[in-house]
Design a protein around this ligand. Structure first.
Ligand SMILES: [Zn+2]
Length: 256
């Protein structure tokens, strides 16, 4: 790696953690129906407004040793974790896809999916605005690849349709809803971002990892209930977006 490249990755990481700190705001406020832009940040415990130097991602948490400067309450470890995670996602994306428009779009997509995954884990709900953001990214990606637009429309129909069929089958067999409408919409919109083959790839990774982890959890806790699907689908979408196409090319090369 050249020194110039290293410097670029540092900048990508910094962008990642700064946007990551905004994602924390979204994760806490969207489920409560609060505005994510108008109200300034404040300590969750004492309500003290936070200064810019309290809000610098990752570093503030380290300097303050995870405590509020004003009331001393321990801050949730989730803040620096989300910030660092988002920074790593950005560096990973740029390393896999190069420095280009598509990497920027995918970074925004992954940040949105990170927010939706955490909200789904905490509340079992998927905010519709977050889904619309995936649709928006999908439309931009499709326009950028307009010569290949059929592939993206096919991804949309296939990913949405596949989950819809699974959900109908589940309902017929078990007489209850296994999949939420939100999961189906999200996967359809993600299909538009990915195209047909990477979309298929995302569904395979998402469902295999989801079923595997959840069966382990059921065996351990003996509890069997609905589980949040978005984190697994998001993991599938992430790997499919970065590696789906090269995996497909490799596969074709193997078969032909
Ligand atoms: Zn405080």
């Amino acid at each position: 790696m050249t020194a110039e490249n290293f410097f670029l990755y540092i900048i990508v990481f910094l962008y990642g953690i700064i946007i990551g700190s905004f994602l924390n705001v979204c994760i806490y406020r969207i489920p409560k129906g609060e505005s994510i832009v108008t109200v300034g940040s404040h300590c969750m415990e004492c309500g003290h407004p936070l200064k810019w130097y309290d809000l610098f991602p990752l570093f503030s948490f380290l300097f303050l040793r995870g405590k509020c400067r004003y009331c001393g309450t321990k801050l949730s470890f989730q803040y620096p974790l989300i910030e660092a995670f988002n920074g790593v996602l950005y560096v990973w994306t740029f390393a896999a896809k190069g420095f280009g428009v598509e990497s920027v779009l995918f970074c925004l997509l992954f940040s949105d999916l990170l927010v939706l995954s955490v909200i789904d884990l905490r509340t079992m709900k998927i905010p519709f605005a977050g889904e619309l953001f995936v649709l928006l990214i999908g439309m931009i990606v499709t326009v950028l690849h307009y010569k290949d637009w059929m592939n993206y429309i096919l991804g949309f129909v296939f990913c949405g349709g596949f989950l819809l069929i699974i959900s109908v089958l589940f309902f017929l067999l078990r007489h209850k809803n296994g999949l939420g409408l939100g999961d189906i919409e999200l996967m359809a919109f993600a299909g538009l971002c990915l195209g047909f083959f990477p979309g298929l790839f995302a569904i395979v990774i998402g469902s295999v990892s989801g079923v595997f982890v959840e069966i382990c959890k059921i065996l351990k806790t003996k509890k069997n209930g609905r589980f949040p699907l978005v984190p697994y689908l998001s993991a599938g979408i992430f790997f499919a977006a970065l590696y789906g196409q090269s995996f497909y090319d490799w596969y074709l090369h193997l078969v032909l």
